[in-house]
Design a protein around this ligand. Structure first.
Ligand code: FES
Ligand code: FES
Length: 214
């Protein structure tokens, strides 16, 4: 089932994911049944089997394979922050319900809300977190521009903006201000640093074009 809430911004591709929302939707329908006999029957179905126990998943995160033991309901955000070694805490837990974008990571290069994506849905796909962007300690143009343009106050939203802007400029280094705003439509900044963030994104685009991007 495709769930647009797992994809921040308006430019994310529609994907077939067994999302956290669809999981809750299923659980709600189950609760509405309300009968013990129904519950007993449901307990024997493959769906309820998926909800129990611990599974071992192999994830590819920032170019390295990593095994994590998690419950099937575990979100990618939870897996990154609490089940990886070392913990990857760059993606932030803020709303934990797909409304702020602080948890944004890339799945196969597309920005997604990791709080609305099951870890199991990331198997076989390339996960990139904000920790995986800088190579050998050198900041990316987006990260550098955010520092230079004072694009962060409390900083809780910053990793999510970095991931959304990075995906946008990878697709199109010459993205316009409107296109950058569109790409960041799923990211909220409660400190109100938007003008600085957008200035930084435009500057990063210019720097990338100067290096040969289009
Ligand atoms: S923490 Fe995931 S969208 Fe807010
Ligand atoms: S810098 Fe504080 S929420 Fe954006």
């Amino acid at each position: 089932m495709s769930d647009p809430q797992s994809t921040p911004g308006a430019q994310g591709a529609e994907r077939n994911v067994f999302s956290r929302r669809s999981l809750f939707r299923g659980a709600g329908a189950f609760a509405a049944g309300g009968l013990v006999a129904d519950a007993a029957r449901a307990a024997a179905t493959p769906t309820s089997t998926r909800l129990a126990g611990v599974v071992e998943l192999e994830l590819e995160i920032n170019g390295a394979k990593q095994k994590v033991s998690v419950e099937p309901r575990t979100t990618l955000l939870n897996a990154l922050r609490n089940h990886c070694t070392p913990p990857l805490t760059g993606a932030k837990v803020v709303c934990d319900r797909g409304s702020c974008g602080a948890c944004t990571v890339h799945l196969d290069g597309q920005p997604v809300y990791s709080c609305m994506t099951l870890a199991a849905d990331a198997v076989g796909r390339k996960v990139t977190t904000v920790e995986g962007l800088a190579k050998e300690g050198e900041l990316t143009e987006v990260q550098r521009a955010l520092c230079e343009h004072d694009g962060s106050m409390c900083g809780f939203c910053t990793p999510g903006f970095v991931m959304s802007i990075t995906a946008c400029l990878e697709r199109k280094p010459g993205a316009t201000l409107d296109e950058i705003k569109h790409a960041c439509a799923g990211n909220l900044c409660r400190c109100g640093t938007y003008p600085h963030v957008f200035e930084a994104a435009l500057a990063a685009g210019r720097a990338l074009r100067a290096k040969g991007g289009k």
